[in-house]
Ligand binder design. Sequence first.
Ligand code: ADP
Ligand code: MG
Length: 223
Amino acid sequence: MSDVLDVTGLGRSFVQGDRTIDVLRGVDLRLAKGEIVALLGPSGSGKSTLLQAVGLLEGGFSGSIRISGEEASRLDDKGRTRLRRDAIGFVYQFHHLLPDFTAEENVVLPQLIHGSSAAKALERARSLLGVLGLGERLDHRPSQLSGGEQQRVAVARALASRPALVLADEPTGNLDEATADRVLGEFLRLVREEGAAALVATHNERLAGRMDRVVRLHDGVLS
Ligand code: ADP
Ligand code: MG
């Protein structure tokens, strides 16, 4: 069976004035279906750059990124947007929820964009938020939720359209230790239940130890 993610020789450089910074220098990485991998590396090592490339949020990379068997570098903008929408869920360090919408609406909206019926989207949103302990918070806006609750909504949103691949960029980096532990536990449990593969950037060795496998980003390559 083909891997959910197959990255080969991924390179990414940034030009800054007359200097070129080679942040990724040939990253190779494969994720099988359902596999949860921690992406470890100190601040500035290129974790976000890697997730943004893999998440098709930015072009400008060299090498190959295959997602569910589709080669991203061969797609145009429209194709990349479609593949991202169909195959990828993203959780950011800061939740990026829509401030004027309720928790429930934040989880419903991406499903509508994905083509779900309103009734199905609502049912899925309520079910996910319920599993995450937010059944009593459906009508709250992000500003009316704690940091941990906001991240739980972001987790529900990322998983709502049943992506094969979940990318999380320091998803609990903004939370205190106890809350981070709890939210990460719920995130991992849900990702496992859904059978998704996940790549989770963190600089926390302890949290990384709770995932199936750890890869380390150093000098632009993984080890
Ligand atoms: P991490 O997420 O591991 O902290 P980043 O991927 O954010 O690391 O950054 C890796 C390196 O790439 C840093 O040196 C950063 O300054 C540089 N970088 C990231 N994005 C840009 C950009 N848009 N332009 C120039 N340099 C960038
Ligand atoms: Mg980062």
